[in-house]
Design a protein around this ligand. Structure first.
Ligand code: COI
Length: 359
Protein backbone atom coordinates (compact mmCIF):
# COMPACT_ATOMS: atom_id res chain seq x y z
CA UNK A 1 0.00 0.00 0.00
CA UNK A 2 1.32 3.46 -0.89
CA UNK A 3 1.31 5.91 2.06
CA UNK A 4 1.64 9.69 1.59
CA UNK A 5 3.75 11.18 4.37
CA UNK A 6 2.95 14.68 5.59
CA UNK A 7 5.30 15.32 8.49
CA UNK A 8 4.10 17.23 11.54
CA UNK A 9 5.55 20.74 11.17
CA UNK A 10 5.17 21.31 14.94
CA UNK A 11 6.34 18.14 16.73
CA UNK A 12 6.58 18.10 20.53
CA UNK A 13 9.86 19.73 21.60
CA UNK A 14 12.64 17.24 22.34
CA UNK A 15 12.98 18.31 26.00
CA UNK A 16 9.25 17.95 26.60
CA UNK A 17 9.21 14.54 24.89
CA UNK A 18 12.07 13.33 27.10
CA UNK A 19 10.16 14.54 30.16
CA UNK A 20 7.06 12.63 29.02
CA UNK A 21 9.02 9.46 28.27
CA UNK A 22 10.62 9.52 31.74
CA UNK A 23 7.16 9.15 33.34
CA UNK A 24 4.60 8.38 30.63
CA UNK A 25 1.65 7.13 32.72
CA UNK A 26 -0.93 5.36 30.55
CA UNK A 27 -2.82 6.84 27.60
CA UNK A 28 -2.31 10.51 28.43
CA UNK A 29 0.39 11.58 25.96
CA UNK A 30 0.43 11.02 22.21
CA UNK A 31 3.17 10.94 19.60
CA UNK A 32 3.52 13.46 16.77
CA UNK A 33 1.78 11.54 14.00
CA UNK A 34 -1.22 9.42 13.10
CA UNK A 35 -1.72 6.92 10.28
CA UNK A 36 -4.97 7.02 8.30
CA UNK A 37 -6.54 4.80 5.64
CA UNK A 38 -10.05 5.63 4.45
CA UNK A 39 -12.65 3.25 3.05
CA UNK A 40 -15.60 4.02 0.81
CA UNK A 41 -18.31 1.76 -0.56
CA UNK A 42 -19.66 3.19 -3.81
CA UNK A 43 -21.82 0.12 -4.31
CA UNK A 44 -18.85 -1.94 -5.53
CA UNK A 45 -18.11 -3.78 -2.29
CA UNK A 46 -15.90 -0.94 -1.03
CA UNK A 47 -12.19 -0.22 -1.14
CA UNK A 48 -9.44 1.27 1.02
CA UNK A 49 -7.80 4.45 -0.28
CA UNK A 50 -5.85 7.59 0.68
CA UNK A 51 -3.36 5.86 2.99
CA UNK A 52 -1.35 8.57 4.69
CA UNK A 53 0.68 9.67 7.68
CA UNK A 54 -0.27 13.06 9.11
CA UNK A 55 0.33 15.29 12.13
CA UNK A 56 -1.51 14.01 15.25
CA UNK A 57 -4.53 16.22 15.87
CA UNK A 58 -8.33 16.48 16.20
CA UNK A 59 -10.50 14.63 13.64
CA UNK A 60 -13.00 16.69 11.64
CA UNK A 61 -16.19 14.59 11.78
CA UNK A 62 -19.69 15.40 10.59
CA UNK A 63 -21.96 15.61 13.68
CA UNK A 64 -24.13 12.96 11.98
CA UNK A 65 -21.23 10.48 11.61
CA UNK A 66 -22.57 7.00 12.51
CA UNK A 67 -19.83 6.32 15.04
CA UNK A 68 -21.12 9.21 17.17
CA UNK A 69 -24.67 7.82 17.27
CA UNK A 70 -24.51 4.05 16.89
CA UNK A 71 -20.95 3.35 18.09
CA UNK A 72 -19.95 1.49 14.92
CA UNK A 73 -16.32 1.18 15.94
CA UNK A 74 -13.57 -1.33 16.72
CA UNK A 75 -10.06 -0.95 18.12
CA UNK A 76 -6.89 -2.82 18.98
CA UNK A 77 -4.14 -2.42 21.55
CA UNK A 78 -0.51 -3.38 21.04
CA UNK A 79 2.89 -2.33 22.32
CA UNK A 80 6.22 -1.53 20.66
CA UNK A 81 9.49 -2.07 22.54
CA UNK A 82 13.04 -0.94 21.82
CA UNK A 83 15.46 -3.90 21.83
CA UNK A 84 19.18 -3.92 22.57
CA UNK A 85 19.91 -4.14 18.80
CA UNK A 86 18.38 -0.66 18.47
CA UNK A 87 15.34 -1.96 16.55
CA UNK A 88 11.73 -1.43 17.60
CA UNK A 89 9.60 -4.57 17.76
CA UNK A 90 5.96 -5.32 18.34
CA UNK A 91 4.29 -8.50 19.60
CA UNK A 92 2.17 -10.79 17.38
CA UNK A 93 0.75 -8.00 15.16
CA UNK A 94 -0.96 -10.50 12.88
CA UNK A 95 -2.94 -11.88 15.81
CA UNK A 96 -4.22 -8.35 16.46
CA UNK A 97 -4.92 -7.84 12.75
CA UNK A 98 -6.95 -11.05 12.66
CA UNK A 99 -8.85 -10.09 15.82
CA UNK A 100 -9.59 -6.62 14.47
CA UNK A 101 -11.10 -8.24 11.40
CA UNK A 102 -13.24 -10.56 13.57
CA UNK A 103 -14.39 -7.52 15.57
CA UNK A 104 -15.00 -5.60 12.33
CA UNK A 105 -17.13 -8.44 10.94
CA UNK A 106 -19.28 -8.39 14.11
CA UNK A 107 -19.69 -4.61 13.91
CA UNK A 108 -20.42 -4.63 10.14
CA UNK A 109 -17.20 -2.75 9.36
CA UNK A 110 -14.92 -3.62 6.42
CA UNK A 111 -12.02 -6.07 6.54
CA UNK A 112 -8.52 -4.59 6.42
CA UNK A 113 -5.85 -6.77 4.88
CA UNK A 114 -3.40 -8.10 7.55
CA UNK A 115 -0.52 -6.82 5.44
CA UNK A 116 -1.97 -3.28 5.39
CA UNK A 117 -2.53 -3.45 9.17
CA UNK A 118 1.12 -4.41 9.80
CA UNK A 119 2.29 -1.80 7.29
CA UNK A 120 0.30 0.88 9.10
CA UNK A 121 2.25 0.09 12.29
CA UNK A 122 5.53 0.17 10.39
CA UNK A 123 4.60 3.59 8.99
CA UNK A 124 3.79 4.83 12.49
CA UNK A 125 7.18 3.77 13.84
CA UNK A 126 9.03 5.08 10.79
CA UNK A 127 8.04 8.61 11.85
CA UNK A 128 7.65 8.29 15.64
CA UNK A 129 10.28 5.79 16.83
CA UNK A 130 11.71 8.53 19.12
CA UNK A 131 8.51 8.10 21.19
CA UNK A 132 9.36 4.58 22.38
CA UNK A 133 10.15 4.89 26.11
CA UNK A 134 12.82 2.78 27.76
CA UNK A 135 12.91 1.08 31.13
CA UNK A 136 11.16 -1.77 32.93
CA UNK A 137 7.63 -2.32 31.62
CA UNK A 138 7.67 0.81 29.42
CA UNK A 139 6.58 0.68 25.77
CA UNK A 140 4.91 2.68 23.03
CA UNK A 141 1.25 1.66 23.15
CA UNK A 142 -0.23 1.45 19.63
CA UNK A 143 -3.95 1.98 19.23
CA UNK A 144 -5.29 1.07 15.77
CA UNK A 145 -9.03 1.79 15.41
CA UNK A 146 -11.74 1.90 12.79
CA UNK A 147 -14.70 4.30 12.90
CA UNK A 148 -17.84 4.77 10.79
CA UNK A 149 -17.56 8.31 9.42
CA UNK A 150 -20.55 8.43 7.07
CA UNK A 151 -23.02 11.23 7.91
CA UNK A 152 -26.25 9.19 8.04
CA UNK A 153 -28.77 8.68 10.81
CA UNK A 154 -30.47 5.58 9.42
CA UNK A 155 -29.39 2.38 11.11
CA UNK A 156 -27.34 0.40 8.57
CA UNK A 157 -23.62 -0.27 8.07
CA UNK A 158 -21.82 2.97 7.14
CA UNK A 159 -20.47 3.35 3.62
CA UNK A 160 -17.60 5.56 4.75
CA UNK A 161 -15.11 4.36 7.31
CA UNK A 162 -11.73 5.55 8.55
CA UNK A 163 -8.97 3.33 9.95
CA UNK A 164 -6.39 5.11 12.08
CA UNK A 165 -3.41 4.42 14.31
CA UNK A 166 -2.32 6.59 17.20
CA UNK A 167 0.59 5.94 19.57
CA UNK A 168 0.97 6.71 23.26
CA UNK A 169 4.03 6.11 25.45
CA UNK A 170 2.99 3.86 28.33
CA UNK A 171 4.19 2.73 31.73
CA UNK A 172 2.30 0.55 34.22
CA UNK A 173 -1.45 0.62 33.42
CA UNK A 174 -2.33 0.81 37.12
CA UNK A 175 0.23 3.56 37.80
CA UNK A 176 3.38 3.46 39.92
CA UNK A 177 5.13 0.21 40.79
CA UNK A 178 3.63 -3.18 39.99
CA UNK A 179 1.52 -4.35 42.93
CA UNK A 180 -1.38 -6.79 43.34
CA UNK A 181 -4.68 -5.19 42.32
CA UNK A 182 -7.97 -5.19 44.23
CA UNK A 183 -10.94 -6.49 42.29
CA UNK A 184 -14.59 -5.51 42.73
CA UNK A 185 -17.12 -8.23 41.85
CA UNK A 186 -19.88 -6.61 39.80
CA UNK A 187 -23.27 -7.84 41.00
CA UNK A 188 -25.36 -5.04 39.38
CA UNK A 189 -23.95 -5.22 35.85
CA UNK A 190 -22.87 -7.87 33.38
CA UNK A 191 -20.76 -7.25 30.31
CA UNK A 192 -22.23 -9.23 27.44
CA UNK A 193 -24.75 -11.94 26.66
CA UNK A 194 -24.77 -14.92 24.28
CA UNK A 195 -24.80 -13.69 20.69
CA UNK A 196 -23.85 -10.18 21.81
CA UNK A 197 -20.70 -8.21 21.07
CA UNK A 198 -18.62 -9.43 24.03
CA UNK A 199 -15.87 -11.00 21.93
CA UNK A 200 -15.49 -7.91 19.74
CA UNK A 201 -13.03 -5.23 20.75
CA UNK A 202 -15.54 -2.45 20.34
CA UNK A 203 -15.95 0.75 22.33
CA UNK A 204 -19.47 -0.08 23.54
CA UNK A 205 -18.21 -3.00 25.64
CA UNK A 206 -15.91 -0.61 27.47
CA UNK A 207 -18.52 2.16 27.76
CA UNK A 208 -20.82 -0.48 29.28
CA UNK A 209 -18.17 -1.39 31.82
CA UNK A 210 -17.71 2.15 33.16
CA UNK A 211 -20.60 2.26 35.65
CA UNK A 212 -19.33 -1.00 37.14
CA UNK A 213 -15.77 0.32 37.10
CA UNK A 214 -16.99 3.45 38.93
CA UNK A 215 -18.53 1.21 41.62
CA UNK A 216 -15.20 -0.59 41.88
CA UNK A 217 -13.37 2.71 42.39
CA UNK A 218 -15.95 3.80 45.02
CA UNK A 219 -15.05 0.65 46.94
CA UNK A 220 -11.31 1.25 46.68
CA UNK A 221 -10.82 -1.33 43.93
CA UNK A 222 -8.66 -1.08 40.80
CA UNK A 223 -10.74 -3.19 38.42
CA UNK A 224 -14.16 -4.72 38.11
CA UNK A 225 -14.81 -8.45 37.64
CA UNK A 226 -17.79 -9.38 35.48
CA UNK A 227 -19.68 -12.61 36.04
CA UNK A 228 -21.76 -14.44 33.41
CA UNK A 229 -24.96 -12.77 32.18
CA UNK A 230 -27.19 -15.66 33.36
CA UNK A 231 -26.22 -14.98 36.98
CA UNK A 232 -24.68 -18.41 37.44
CA UNK A 233 -21.62 -16.95 39.18
CA UNK A 234 -19.23 -17.95 36.37
CA UNK A 235 -16.16 -15.72 35.99
CA UNK A 236 -16.02 -13.84 32.66
CA UNK A 237 -13.37 -11.11 32.56
CA UNK A 238 -12.25 -7.86 34.15
CA UNK A 239 -13.17 -4.44 32.73
CA UNK A 240 -10.32 -4.66 30.24
CA UNK A 241 -8.37 -7.84 30.98
CA UNK A 242 -8.65 -11.64 31.01
CA UNK A 243 -8.29 -13.66 34.22
CA UNK A 244 -6.19 -16.70 35.19
CA UNK A 245 -6.16 -18.75 38.39
CA UNK A 246 -3.21 -20.93 39.42
CA UNK A 247 -3.75 -24.09 41.45
CA UNK A 248 -1.49 -25.56 44.13
CA UNK A 249 -0.79 -28.57 41.87
CA UNK A 250 0.45 -26.30 39.06
CA UNK A 251 -2.58 -25.98 36.75
CA UNK A 252 -3.81 -22.77 35.19
CA UNK A 253 -7.55 -22.18 34.88
CA UNK A 254 -9.04 -19.49 32.66
CA UNK A 255 -12.64 -18.93 31.49
CA UNK A 256 -13.18 -20.52 28.07
CA UNK A 257 -13.99 -18.41 25.02
CA UNK A 258 -17.74 -18.56 24.65
CA UNK A 259 -18.25 -15.42 22.57
CA UNK A 260 -18.96 -13.23 25.60
CA UNK A 261 -15.35 -12.47 26.53
CA UNK A 262 -12.44 -10.95 24.67
CA UNK A 263 -10.08 -13.33 22.87
CA UNK A 264 -6.96 -11.80 24.41
CA UNK A 265 -3.66 -12.11 22.53
CA UNK A 266 -1.89 -11.99 25.91
CA UNK A 267 -4.31 -14.67 27.19
CA UNK A 268 -3.40 -16.91 24.24
CA UNK A 269 0.34 -16.26 24.76
CA UNK A 270 0.13 -17.08 28.48
CA UNK A 271 -1.55 -20.40 27.63
CA UNK A 272 1.30 -21.21 25.21
CA UNK A 273 4.06 -20.24 27.68
CA UNK A 274 2.43 -22.26 30.47
CA UNK A 275 2.07 -25.30 28.23
CA UNK A 276 5.71 -24.94 27.14
CA UNK A 277 6.62 -25.42 30.82
CA UNK A 278 4.52 -28.54 31.03
CA UNK A 279 1.76 -26.84 33.05
CA UNK A 280 -1.77 -28.00 32.30
CA UNK A 281 -4.10 -25.20 31.19
CA UNK A 282 -7.83 -25.63 31.65
CA UNK A 283 -10.00 -23.35 29.52
CA UNK A 284 -13.36 -23.95 31.10
CA UNK A 285 -16.22 -22.53 33.09
CA UNK A 286 -14.99 -21.45 36.52
CA UNK A 287 -17.27 -19.97 39.14
CA UNK A 288 -16.53 -17.33 41.75
CA UNK A 289 -17.47 -19.94 44.40
CA UNK A 290 -14.77 -22.29 43.09
CA UNK A 291 -12.26 -19.41 43.20
CA UNK A 292 -13.25 -18.32 46.74
CA UNK A 293 -13.36 -21.93 48.04
CA UNK A 294 -9.97 -22.58 46.41
CA UNK A 295 -8.42 -19.60 48.18
CA UNK A 296 -9.89 -20.79 51.48
CA UNK A 297 -8.75 -24.40 51.23
CA UNK A 298 -5.39 -23.52 49.63
CA UNK A 299 -6.01 -25.19 46.25
CA UNK A 300 -5.98 -21.85 44.39
CA UNK A 301 -2.73 -20.15 45.22
CA UNK A 302 -2.44 -17.33 42.69
CA UNK A 303 -4.62 -15.24 40.40
CA UNK A 304 -3.68 -12.71 37.78
CA UNK A 305 -5.13 -10.38 35.17
CA UNK A 306 -3.62 -10.17 31.71
CA UNK A 307 -3.88 -7.98 28.64
CA UNK A 308 -1.72 -5.81 26.43
CA UNK A 309 -2.11 -2.80 28.71
CA UNK A 310 -1.98 -4.75 32.00
CA UNK A 311 0.68 -7.26 30.81
CA UNK A 312 0.35 -9.72 33.73
CA UNK A 313 -0.83 -8.12 36.94
CA UNK A 314 -1.33 -10.14 40.14
CA UNK A 315 -4.76 -10.05 41.78
CA UNK A 316 -4.50 -9.36 45.51
CA UNK A 317 -8.04 -9.13 46.85
CA UNK A 318 -11.55 -9.89 45.69
CA UNK A 319 -14.24 -7.63 47.13
CA UNK A 320 -17.75 -9.10 46.80
CA UNK A 321 -20.15 -6.69 48.51
CA UNK A 322 -19.38 -6.80 52.23
CA UNK A 323 -17.04 -9.77 51.85
CA UNK A 324 -13.34 -9.38 51.08
CA UNK A 325 -11.49 -12.49 50.00
CA UNK A 326 -7.74 -12.06 50.26
CA UNK A 327 -6.04 -13.71 47.31
CA UNK A 328 -2.47 -14.76 48.11
CA UNK A 329 -0.87 -11.93 46.05
CA UNK A 330 2.07 -12.26 43.66
CA UNK A 331 2.95 -15.91 43.41
CA UNK A 332 5.85 -17.63 41.70
CA UNK A 333 3.97 -18.72 38.58
CA UNK A 334 2.51 -15.24 38.00
CA UNK A 335 5.90 -13.58 38.47
CA UNK A 336 7.82 -16.00 36.30
CA UNK A 337 5.33 -16.05 33.39
CA UNK A 338 5.27 -12.24 33.54
CA UNK A 339 9.05 -12.16 33.45
CA UNK A 340 9.24 -14.57 30.53
CA UNK A 341 6.55 -12.75 28.51
CA UNK A 342 8.08 -9.32 29.15
CA UNK A 343 11.52 -10.81 28.40
CA UNK A 344 10.33 -12.01 24.98
CA UNK A 345 8.65 -8.68 24.30
CA UNK A 346 11.69 -6.61 25.29
CA UNK A 347 14.23 -8.89 23.62
CA UNK A 348 15.84 -10.25 26.80
CA UNK A 349 14.47 -13.79 26.30
CA UNK A 350 14.70 -15.87 23.10
CA UNK A 351 11.61 -15.51 20.91
CA UNK A 352 11.11 -19.23 20.23
CA UNK A 353 7.61 -18.82 18.81
CA UNK A 354 8.56 -16.07 16.32
CA UNK A 355 6.13 -13.67 18.00
CA UNK A 356 8.17 -10.47 17.62
CA UNK A 357 7.92 -8.35 14.49
CA UNK A 358 10.47 -5.64 13.73
CA UNK A 359 8.69 -2.42 12.79
C1 COI B 1 -5.43 -3.44 26.03
O1 COI B 1 -5.01 -4.15 26.93
O2 COI B 1 -4.71 -3.15 25.05
C2 COI B 1 -6.77 -2.88 26.04
O3 COI B 1 -7.25 -2.52 25.01
C3 COI B 1 -7.49 -2.74 27.30
C4 COI B 1 -7.82 -1.34 27.64
C5 COI B 1 -8.66 -1.39 28.86
C6 COI B 1 -6.63 -0.47 27.86
Amino acid sequence: MQFDIIENPHPVAQDRRREILADPGFGVHFSDHTVIIDWTDDGDGGSWHDARVEAYGPIALDPAASVLHYAQEVFEGMKAYRHADGGVYTFRPRANAARMNRSAARMALPQLDEEAFVESLEQMLAVDSSWVPEGEGAALYLRPFMIATEAFLGVRPAREVSYRVIASPAGNYFGGELKPVRIWVSRDFTRSGPGGTGAAKTGGNYAGSLAAQAQAAEHGCDQVLFLDPLHENAVEELGGMNVFLVTSDGRLITPQLTGTILEGVTRDSVIQLAQDRGLAVEERRVTLDEWARGIEDGTIVEAFACGTAAVITPIGELVDGETTIASPGTGEVTASIREELLGIQTGAVADRHGWMHRL
